[in-house]
Design a binder for this molecule. Structure first.
Ligand SMILES: Nc1ncnc2c1ncn2[C@@H]1O[C@H](COP(=O)(O)OP(=O)(O)OP(=O)(O)O)[C@@H](O)[C@H]1O
Ligand SMILES: [Mg+2]
Length: 252
């Protein structure tokens, strides 16, 4: 459902994404892990069509986003890491706007909007301006906006940040059911517990490259680290800890 072929993004001489190959089939929840600056958000923004790749190709459901961008984007719901909503729109107006971007409007859309607001416990704030929403409420509105046109693929950058435990659980259940019904989710997260409990497969990215991918046990095998948990595996694959520097800063 999502296929990346030798995807590269350069900013001047700096290579942020350095030849990423990835295939996520439908029915799978895939986790994209990596340290700050590894290239996760850059990769996701290219998939969402916000950034143009330097080279390489991206397919959503077999459709090349460069050749048929509208068709590819219609299948995709993108949830960015920094929730942006228009302050002077109400929750309902924002969702109507999001649906209209995909050419959808009318009674079916209105019903869908009501269902999404209900699911995320925003019904009471349906007609309030989003400037009065809390951070988590905005995040939930953005998530609703990415679902309103019934995408087949969800690409989501750090979804759990700022969500209360109840909403985080709701999102976990939502993504699981979404993939169980044939959807595809590509998700970045720094919360290794989230990755371990939610994801069918993961990739660990470092310096713009995938350094390991597969199921947890496949990665353990690939790296001859059968005894390591995800945290230690992550640290091993992305440069380890720097105890001597801590010593230098905190020591007498
Ligand atoms: N517009 C830009 N111009 C120049 N460099 C950029 C730009 N956007 C991102 N970068 C660089 O690309 C690299 C990858 O950034 P990216 O945001 O993709 O990382 P990330 O994996 O999402 O990190 P984080 O976990 O902190 O969100 C970083 O070194 C960053 O400085
Ligand atoms: Mg990021």
């Amino acid at each position: 459902m999502i296929r990346l072929n030798q995807l590269v993004k350069r900013y001047g001489r700096f290579t942020a994404v350095d030849g990423i190959d990835l295939a996520v089939p439908s029915g799978e929840l895939f986790g994209f892990l990596g340290p700050n600056g590894a290239g996760k958000t850059t990769t996701f923004r290219m998939i969402a069509g916000i950034l143009r790749p330097t080279s390489g190709t991206i397919e959503i459901g077999g459709i090349d986003i460069n050749r048929r961008p509208l068709e590819a984007k219609a299948r995709l719901g993108f949830i960015p890491d920094r929730p942006f909503v228009y302050d002077k729109l109400t929750g309902a107006e924002f969702l109507r706007f999001a649906a209209a971007l995909y050419g959808q409007q009318g009674p079916l859309v209105e019903r869908r909007i009501d269902e999404l607001l209900e699911l995320f416990e925003l019904t009471r704030w349906k007609n309030e301006l989003t400037e009065s929403y809390s951070h988590g409420m905005r995040q939930k509105l953005i998530i609703s906006g990415a679902l309103v046109h019934r995408p087949e693929v969800i690409v989501v950058d750090e979804p759990m940040i700022g969500l209360d435990p109840r909403s985080a659980r709701l999102l976990k259940d939502l993504f699981r059911q979404f993939v169980d019904r044939g959807g595809t989710v590509l998700m970045s997260t720094h919360t290794l517990e989230v990755a371990e409990t939610m994801c069918d497969r993961i990739a660990i990215v470092n310096g713009g490259k995938i350094v390991a991918s597969g199921t947890m046990s496949e990665i353990q095998e690939q790296t001859s680290s059968e005894h390591l948990g995800l945290e230690d595996l992550f640290l091993k694959l992305t440069g380890g800890m720097r105890d001597h520097q801590l010593d230098a800063i905190l020591g007498a």
